[in-house]
Design a binder for this molecule. Sequence first.
Ligand SMILES: Nc1ncnc2c1ncn2[C@@H]1O[C@H](COP(=O)(O)OP(=O)(O)O)[C@@H](O)[C@H]1O
Ligand SMILES: [Mg+2]
Length: 369
Amino acid sequence: MSEFAVELRNVVKTFQTPEGGSVNAVNHVDMQIKHGEFFSMLGSSGCGKTTSLRMVAGFEWPTEGEVYIEGEPQGHKPPFQRPVNTVFQNYALFQHMTVAQNVAFGLEMDKAPADEIKRRVGEALEMVKLGSMGKRSPRQLSGGQQQRIALARALVKRPRVLLLDEPLGALDLKLRKEMQLELKTLQREVGITFVFVTHDQEEALTMSDRIAVMSHGKVLQVGAPVEIYERPNCKFVADFIGDTNFLSGEVRNSENGRISVFVPRLGAEVNGMSQSDFKPGDQVVISIRPEKIRMSEQVTLNQNCFQVKITNSAYIGSDTRLEVEAKGVKLKVWEQNHISTLDPRAYHHGEQQAWVTLFPENALVLPAE
Ligand SMILES: Nc1ncnc2c1ncn2[C@@H]1O[C@H](COP(=O)(O)OP(=O)(O)O)[C@@H](O)[C@H]1O
Ligand SMILES: [Mg+2]
């Protein structure tokens, strides 16, 4: 058996547009998805997520390159000949059929024996906790329940890979969060490879074993949530995932991943770290997350420590969110409120003397573009 459940090798998809031009919806993408993995494609609207998924499903064929499922090149195979199933955002349920009939539909098409259909439909409905709702019409169910039927209908066919295109997009926030956890649990229970598409970074971080961050038809980085957030490989990913501060500068010195960068706007060197090699003179940006900057009333280090003016502070319960300025350079700083007191002056506020420390191990040096 192949090492990968799904593999895209150098896949390109070019569409002709009605205006007479062409667009590379997917532009030389390589992706390797492991067996049993919860894998997400994450990126903003139009970056090529749906097109990539549709090429795995067989609704589209690559212009160049090849899609492999369990090591088999898929060529121009139609969807029903691939060991995959898709759950769409709009559920696509048959309204004139009962819940049980909806779930049974695919098995009936395959001409499975009636007693087997009955048993498997029952199991699939139990799996999504709708065991008692088989006789209802989809109309008599909530949005979350309809989403679960769509899942049961896909899972009942026992696909090797389940493809999900923004399946929670139509649900309200609270239900969406519940379904995220449920889906993740379900995926672990059934052990099927899930390929999940979302534009919501928090959703991708919550659910995925690994994430592919996409932009303009390309994959920029693939990694576990912690890698994507803590070690983004480029400025785009650092900016797209979570919140961050950027400081532009030029490399002065680089040794074993420890980089010193001259930041003209601060008129000072900032020491940071990097996984890539830089040489003196390289143009770079330092990315430092707001929760990793330390505030203090005195100088803490003889490097990477800058006096600042607190220009804005917002107490939001769990955190105090500050905007500070060092020589006109604005930084976002988030401080967790470890203490509990009603004295507003115990939290950082504008009239204080303040310094920020950018610990070198939290200051990630990335190529300027
Ligand atoms: N059938 C099509 N014909 C022409 N252009 C398309 C077609 N499908 C998608 N596109 C274009 O390809 C790009 C990627 O689209 P899509 O894969 O749907 O992105 P996403 O799912 O990430 O929002 C977009 O610019 C979109 O307009
Ligand atoms: Mg899409």
